[in-house]
Design a protein around this ligand. Sequence first.
Ligand code: CA
Length: 255
Amino acid sequence: MSDVQTSNDARGNPGRGASAAPAAARILVVEDEAALSLLLSYNLEAEGFIVDRVERGDEAEVRLSETIPDLVILDWMLPGVSGLEICRRLRARETTRSLPVIMLTARGEESERVRGLSIGADDYVVKPFSVPELMARVRALLRRARPDRVTGVLSAGDLELDRQNWRVHRAGRDVHLGPTEFRLLEHLMEKPGRVFSRAQLLDSVWGLSAEIDERTVDVHVGRLRKALSKTDEKDPIRTVRGAGYSFDETFGKPC
Ligand code: CA
């Protein structure tokens, strides 16, 4: 395992995206449950999105008349104007007709979902939902609507990760990874140079609050390294002693 000797700053190399990053997508979260709204924005920001939050339906209307985001996460039941009504109005307006909308509905409102979809929501998620699941839907929807705003391929040096096709190549050869190793690499490559603790990786890659031994992360990082690098190749993953792991932001760049 390689330990880190240098920090980003020591090399004067500011943390950069693994590839030329497109402008980050803007997401408006319309949700009156403060804790949920905060949780969503925290997770969306961690994925690199720019998040704007409002709690009331009428506030959302005002916000949407000022700026059009790339995607809206819209709660069904809102004070002011309902999510359903907002969605209907968005669809009626030329400028927002194809704006991606994910509706959040509470359990028991399922029959209403059909109405939500018929009124033009692109997707819906029933509460309580898993955050990784919602994030996946956000990415999928943005990929369809704004492919320029979600990088399909992450690349660094001779390494390429294709999110759509779930493939990884290094120096032109196929790298075969299990699903966990793939997500682990994707997660690390999204934020080159950023150090993730084992607990953070368990949370975002495994997506579970289940009790999993943190050493599980080491096992999968070990497998990932073995699959990625031949003996003479540089290891793109850094072990940061006492902290966790990161994707080496200097990987593939001239020293
Ligand atoms: Ca609500």
